[in-house]
Design a protein around this ligand. Structure first.
Ligand code: UT7
Length: 320
C-alpha cells in the first residue's frame, strides 16, 4: 500500500446547542437523546458554511503536516451538504488556500465519504498520478434537517475535518469499501426534482429522512464485519490495534461493535457527545482530536471506519 497521513485539522461552528436547548424548541429531552444516542450537544452553523469550515480544517491540516498548499497535487472534498452545486467545494478550497497545482473535486459517499476519499487518493498514488493530497470531510447538515422531525434533527451536527496524505511505503496497510444501493431508501434526502418548461414539479425543499432502526441494524451488522475484513487483509489482530476510530452516529452502535470485536471500549475514542453525527466530517474530526491530544505514537496501528447512506461503508487499517 502506498499512503500515509502527514497532518490533520478540523473546524467546528462556534455555536454549541445542547439537548436542553433543543428541548426548548421541540418535544424532546436530554434524557431521551442521551440515553438513545449518547449525544449531549452539537455544533450548528450560523456564520460558517461547508466551504469556510473546509478551508479552516485544510489550513490546520497543512500546518500540522508542515506542508505548503502549493505542494498539493490533489484535493478531494467528501460532502452531502455542499454550499452550491457548482463550483465544487474542493475548487473553492483550492482557491482559498492557494493550492495552485492541485486537481480538485468533490465526492458523495455520505458518512463513508472520508474513507472513500482516502481510497481515491490512494488509487492515484498507486497509479503514480499524484503524490500529495488533501482529503476533507465537511458538512452543514443542519440545513438539511426537518426541524419538526425530532427523530432525525437531534442526531446531526455541522463541522469539517481534513487530512494531508502522501504517497509512502509505510502507512496504509489495508482498506475496503462497499455499497448497497438497493437499501438506499432507509436514509435519503431528495435534491431538486426534474423541473423545466416541459415538466411542472413542486420545488419545495426536501429534508433528510431516516428509518433509524434499519440504519441501526445495518450498522451493527456491517461495521464489525468491515473492520474484521481489513484486519484479516492486513494480517493484524484486533488486539494489536490501538484505536478504532468509527463514524460517530450512536454510542450504542459503538458499544455493540466493541463487543462484537471483543475489544475494550477505551480503544474506541468518541466525540459524538459534543458533536453529534457529522456524516463525512465525523471520522476526520475525531482523527484530528486523537492526533492533537497526542494519543498516537509513530508505529501505532489504527482502524478508521465509516458507514451510512447509499448504503455505503468502508474501513482502513493504518500504521501511524
Ligand atoms: O450516519 C448514519 C445515520 N444514522 C444512524 O446511524 C442512526 C441509527 N439509528 C439510531 O441511532 C436509532 O434508531 C435512533 C436514535 C435514531 C432512534 O432510536 P430508537 O430506539 O430506534 O427510537 P424510535 O425511532 O423507535 O422511537 C421511539 C420513540 C417513538 O415514540 P413512540 O412511537 O414509541 O411513542 C418516537 O416518537 O421515541 C420517540 N422519539 C423521540 N422522543 C423524544 C423519536 N425521537 C425523539 C426525540 N425525543 N428526539
Amino acid at each position: 500500500m502506498t499512503m500515509k497521513i502527514r497532518g490533520t485539522g478540523s473546524s467546528l461552528p462556534e455555536k454549541a446547542v445542547s439537548n436542553d436547548d433543543l428541548a426548548k424548541i421541540m418535544d424532546t429531552s436530554d434524557e431521551w437523546i442521551r440515553s438513545r444516542t449518547g449525544i449531549g450537544s452539537r455544533h450548528i452553523a450560523v456564520n460558517e458554511t461547508t466551504t469556510s469550515m473546509s478551508v479552516d480544517a485544510a489550513q490546520k491540516a497543512l500546518a500540522d503536516a508542515k506542508m505548503g498548499a502549493e505542494e498539493l497535487d490533489l484535493i478531494i472534498v467528501a460532502s452531502i451538504s455542499t454550499d452550491q452545486c457548482l463550483p465544487s467545494t474542493a475548487c473553492e478550497v483550492q482557491a482559498a488556500i492557494g493550492a495552485v497545482n492541485a486537481v480538485a473535486f468533490d465526492i458523495n459517499a455520505a458518512c463513508s465519504g472520508f474513507l472513500f476519499g482516502l481510497s481515491v487518493a490512494n488509487a492515484y498514488f498507486a497509479a503514480g498520478t499524484y503524490e500529495k493530497a488533501l482529503v476533507i470531510g465537511a458538512e452543514t447538515l443542519s440545513k438539511m434537517m426537518d426541524w419538526n422531525d425530532r427523530g432525525t434533527c437531534v442526531l446531526f451536527g455541522d463541522g469539517a475535518g481534513a487530512a494531508v496524505v502522501e504517497k509512502s511505503d509505510i502507512g496504509l496497510i489495508s482498506m475496503i469499501q462497499q455499497s448497497d444501493g438497493t437499501r438506499g431508501g432507509v436514509l435519503s434526502c431528495r435534491n431538486r426534482p426534474v423541473n423545466n418548461p416541459y415538466v411542472q414539479n413542486d420545488t419545495a425543499l426536501a429534508f433528510t429522512k431516516m428509518d433509524g432502526q434499519e440504519v441501526y441494524k445495518f450498522a451493527v451488522r456491517t461495521v464489525p464485519k468491515a473492520v474484521s475484513q481489513v484486519l484479516e487483509k492486513g494480517n493484524v489482530s484486533a488486539d494489536e490495534v490501538k484505536y478504532f476510530i468509527l463514524h460517530q452516529a450512536n454510542i450504542r452502535i459503538i458499544d455493540s461493535v466493541a463487543k462484537r470485536l471483543s475489544q475494550p471500549l477505551d480503544k474506541f475514542p468518541t466525540n459524538l457527545q459534543t458533536c453529534g453525527n457529522i456524516s463525512a466530517g465525523s471520522v476526520p474530526i475525531l482523527l484530528d482530536y486523537v492526533n492533537r491530544e497526542g494519543m498516537l505514537m509513530r508505529g501505532d496501528k489504527i482502524v478508521l471506519a465509516g458507514f451510512g447512506a447509499g448504503l455505503t461503508w468502508g474501513a482502513a487499517l493504518l500504521v501511524w
